[in-house]
Design a protein. Structure first.
Length: 321
């Protein structure tokens, strides 16, 4: 530990701006705050209306930066010449970007001495774009990971600096994968900045175009269940879309039922897709069956499926839509 501390003391601190917004970004910013580097300021998206009262709520990164007494900037975009000029005046060594949520123009990307480096939650070029963690789960990928990428003007098309993999287990849920990737990104960032500050040569390689695909932003409407899909497709959606946008269906009374947890079943059924079978089993496409475990009927608390059937929120023979 002493050698590691001495090593850091011998490194000149870097002037860094951090750019991020949601919970995914928090471990990376926390690691920077714990380092010897100079965190000049933090950029994050402006406070958004949240909850039933639509109260303006700062982002997770905004809260963390405030608690550390770091200057916070919240431009709506970077179309203003003043916002660009203010960024250039920071005279940064590097900007670290993690799920910021804004497109950066070339003036911003090129302003720091070492440019802008993005912590991206996929194995680029697979899942460029806004929702890589959700899309990897939804498509049944067996692995994903973190890519440290030198940003350019394209959408996640820059050179790869470093890449590490994470295996996706068949039962892995969004929260578990999200947190694992966020922590991995933080660790990779520390190693990269240590090498950069020590003057080590940072190798980069262009992304291949083969295998490139786009992780489009999630829409709330995607959470509606299509029972004509196979049970494995639906089960992956339940894991990928919890907590947002969630997954739901409607019972025979037209009442919405949120699906919180479901398991694959080895059973088969010739029933029409969406038909409620015994013990919370639901017939799906390709004669497959999904076992509902936990649901939330409209205007009710979350409950296990047996309680829902006992309460009449879900009935044998109902066709869910």
């Amino acid at each position: 530990m002493a050698d590691q501390a001495d090593h850091k003391e011998n490194q000149a601190p870097l002037r860094i701006a951090f750019m991020g917004t949601p919970d995914f970004s928090v471990p990376a910013l926390q690691s920077l705050l714990n380092s010897h580097h100079n965190i000049v300021c933090v950029y994050t998206q402006p406070p958004r209306p949240k909850g039933r009262g639509k109260k303006l709520t700062p982002s997770a990164i905004h809260d963390l930066a405030n608690s550390a007494d770091i200057d916070v900037r919240t431009p709506i975009n970077f179309k203003s010449h003043k916002d660009i000029h203010d960024f250039e005046k920071l005279e940064l060594d590097i900007a670290i970007v993690a799920a910021y949520g804004l497109i950066l123009p070339k003036e911003i990307v090129n302003a720091p001495r070492y440019g802008c480096v993005n912590i991206h939650a996929s194995l680029l070029p697979r899942w460029r774009g806004a929702a890589p963690i959700h899309r990897a789960l939804l498509e049944g990928d067996s692995e994903t990971g973190i890519t440290l990428m030198q940003m350019d003007e394209g959408l996640d098309t820059g050179d790869i600096i470093a890449m590490e993999k994470v295996m996706i287990t068949p039962s892995m849920k969004l929260a578990e994968l999200h947190d694992s990737l966020a922590e991995l990104g933080s660790n990779m960032l520390q190693s990269f900045l240590n090498d950069l500050a020590a003057g080590k040569e940072i190798s980069r390689r262009p992304q291949p175009e083969e295998g490139a695909c786009y992780a489009s932003m999630l829409k709330k409407s995607e959470g509606a269940i299509d029972w004509s899909q196979s049970s494995d497709q639906i089960e992956r959606k339940v894991r990928a879309f919890n907590p947002w946008p969630g997954t739901w269906t409607h019972n025979s009374d037209g009442k919405r039922i949120k699906i919180i947890e479901a398991n694959l079943s080895s059973e088969m059924s010739q029933s029409f897709p969406g038909t409620t079978l015994e013990n919370g089993m639901i017939a799906c496409g390709d004669n497959t069956v999904l076992e509902l475990k936990t649901i939330q009927p409209e205007n009710k608390n979350v409950m296990d499926v047996q309680a829902a059937m006992n309460g009449g929120y879900l009935n044998l023979g109902d066709i869910l839509q």
